[in-house]
Design a protein around this ligand. Structure first.
Ligand SMILES: C[S@@+](CC[C@H](N)C(=O)[O-])C[C@H]1O[C@@H](n2cnc3c(N)ncnc32)[C@H](O)[C@@H]1O
Length: 355
């Protein structure tokens, strides 16, 4: 017998939700439109040439005017671009110009849209995987996921890794300045590995990733072959050691067996070594993460990170919003005894883990 109370639908609230849903659908389409503007050079053209008509922007970017006009109107309706009816010109405000074209700025969002677009493009495979109870491997995604990931994270690493995050770890700067051995596990295209190597030229670095194509890209980028090498290996089996510093950037929760990886780190880390675990900013409870950042990360968790973990042996699926308590459980299960939150940004928690 159904004993639930019939729910009364409030027509005003229904109408409000309808409007919000239209806005959400516009935002979903905007993800592809931002990637279009990035790839076709629309944003860069508006930055270089200032307020432009659709015909001018199309001519300068070598694209069809019809697409340029509709794209500009969509961008204007979403407040990414401004339209001046008196001149018929469209302008990219200064703040949007930084966020959409300056890859050196920590405010750059082009990579975020690219990885989101790449992730959404592969969603059909995730729907099937959810039915079958299997995963979708990181390496099985399209290149917008891999390239977008690097472009999303690199500006933050450039702004914080050497200047804030490593100094927040006890005694690590001194070791790296005098010459230490570092393993950067789950390094992807190697952006974090190479930034650390530039910051600490007396130390040696090995970047490790299970995705062979990412390691190929990292090797191509490596301008310091004497100090930096890259290895295709799983986090629970990489070679070398003892390491004075092991780092993991936004990858522990992607792994199938994070405790297995943590046990391996425990085996290869020096007795006075440090493991820096950078994870997406999150609290321990669902209700701590019900905000715009949590929303984006729960989306990535559903469509990208959880499927990645489920595609590997064990398939723990910590989730992108695992939170400090679950990360502490993982590292203590592997025998690490010291764990603290060393630094934070709006997007990242930086943990210091020690034997
Ligand atoms: C979200 S990406 C982060 C890449 C890079 N650390 C960054 O911050 O740009 C996650 C990375 O973890 C790697 N990964 C996932 N599971 C792994 C495992 N078990 N062993 C090694 N690498 C793994 C993936 O191949 C991918 O490159």
């Amino acid at each position: 017998m159904n004993t639930s109370t019939p729910t009364q639908v409030d027509p005003d609230k229904l109408m409000q939700f309808g409007f919000r849903a239209v806005d959400e659908a516009g935002a979903a389409l905007n993800c592809a439109l931002v990637v279009m503007g990035d790839r076709l050079g629309y944003y860069r053209s508006l930055v270089e040439h200032g307020p432009s008509t659709p015909a001018e922007m199309a001519e300068r970017t070598g694209t069809d005017e019809h697409y340029a006009r509709e794209w500009l109107n969509a961008q204007t309706a979403g407040a990414f671009v401004e339209y001046h009816p008196a001149t018929g010109r469209y302008r990219l405000p200064a703040e949007q110009a930084v966020a959409l074209t300056d890859e050196t700025s920590p405010a750059f969002v082009g990579g975020l849209f690219q990885i989101a677009h790449g992730t959404a493009s592969d969603a059909g495979r995730v729907f099937e995987a959810a039915r079958a109870g299997v995963g979708v491997a990181w390496g099985d995604h399209n290149s917008d996921v891999h390239v977008g990931c690097e472009r999303f994270f690199r500006p933050t690493y450039a702004a914080h890794l050497v200047d804030d995050w490593i100094p927040s770890l006890d005694g690590v700067v001194e070791k790296l300045r005098s010459g230490a051995r570092v393993a950067d596990v789950g390094c992807g295209h190697g952006a974090s590995t190479l930034l650390m190597a530039e910051g600490f030229p007396a130390s040696t670095f090995v970047g490790v990733d299970g995705h062979a194509e990412s390691i190929e890209v990292a090797r191509e980028r490596n301008g310091m072959p004497g100090a930096v090498s890259f290895q295709t290996a799983a986090a629970d089996a990489f070679a070398g050691g003892p390491y004075d510093l092991v780092t993991m950037f936004d990858c522990l929760h992607d792994m199938g067996d994070p405790i297995g990886a943590a046990r391996h780190v425990r085996e290869v880390i020096a007795e006075d070594g440090t493991w820096m675990v950078v994870e997406p900013a999150a609290g321990d409870r669902v209700e701590d993460n019900l905000n715009p950042i949590g929303r984006a990360y729960y989306g990535f968790s559903t469509l990208l990170c959880t499927p990645s973990s489920l595609a590997q042996p064990v398939g723990t699926a910590l989730g992108t919003q695992a939170g400090p308590a679950r990360i502490r459980d993982v590292v203590t299960a592997a025998g690490f005894r010291r764990f603290r939150l060393a630094a934070q940004t709006p997007f990242n928690n930086v943990f210091e883990v020690r034997p």
